[in-house]
Design a protein around this ligand. Structure first.
Ligand code: C5P
Length: 230
């Protein structure tokens, strides 16, 4: 079975977003990531309208709160029939388990964010007072997520072998920071090509600007999908 290319919809307006989606043939079953920015602007009706168009949805809300609040929020999201939802692994074991309990009975996969890529070793040590090397912290949080019922993590493709070795080969690794050889790296730092991500064992890649900002978004998507699934 082919693995998904998840298109990150980081648009400032919904009209622009729908125009982008209209480039694709109607039967192209896209997998779309909706992040905090678009969700805060357009809310659940936007998610529902994309589900009604037949798209799969990765709702990247990165929840992080007390277990009871996260559980009740997940109970609500469970009714939305989205395919993936994120929480922060650093919310702790109880919070991760509460999120999973809130999603019970739905098909929504729970994914945990380990260390934000915007936080380097310096911030980890000096601001968060985490005495571990970044890789060890990612492994630790991945294990915490795995042990408490998460279905997978969001990680760099380069971290996938380490995470799978520490958890299970079935533990999903969804990886942003993907750039085909020809694309601009932009603000991403630790990038991998679609082929490299596949070889490292990623289960799904998240790609934004190389598709959404391309002159021909559909063609860019096809090229990336071919490289990823070949
Ligand atoms: O445009 P680009 O391909 O860089 O977009 C990647 C998407 O994945 C963005 O929505 C970004 O916020 C998200 N993301 C990321 N790195 C992470 C987690 C999420 O780039 N570690």
């Amino acid at each position: 079975m082919s693995k998904p290319v998840i298109v990150a919809l980081d648009f400032a307006d919904d009209f622009e977003c729908i125009n982008f989606l209209n480039q694709f043939p109607k039967d192209e079953k896209l997998f779309l990531k909706i992040g905090l920015e678009m969700f805060c602007q357009f809310g659940y009706p936007f998610v529902r309208s994309l589900r009604e168009r037949g798209y799969n949805i990765f709702l990247d809300l990165k929840l992080h709160d007390i277990p009871n609040t996260v559980k009740r929020t997940c109970e609500m999201i469970a009714k939305w029939d989205v395919q993936m939802l994120t929480v922060h692994a650093s919310g702790g074991s109880e919070m991760i388990a509460a999120a999973k309990a809130g999603l019970a009975g739905s098909a929504t996969k729970l994914l945990a964010v380990t260390q934000l890529t915007s936080l380097g070793q310096n911030e980890l040590a000096n601001e968060l007072q985490v005495p571990l090397a970044s890789q060890d912290y990612v492994t630790h949080l991945s294990k915490l997520a795995f042990d408490n019922g998460a279905d997978g993590v969001i990680s760099s493709a380069l971290e996938v072998p380490m995470i799978k070795a520490a958890t299970s080969t079935d533990f999903l690794c969804v990886t942003p920071g993907i750039r085909p050889k020809s694309a601009q790296v932009g603000d991403q730092k630790r990038v991998a090509t679609p082929a490299h991500a596949r070889n490292l064992g990623s289960d799904a890649i998240v790609v934004g600007r190389p598709i959404t900002q391309a002159t021909n978004g559909y063609q860019a998507y096809i090229n990336i999908n071919e490289e990823w699934n070949k």
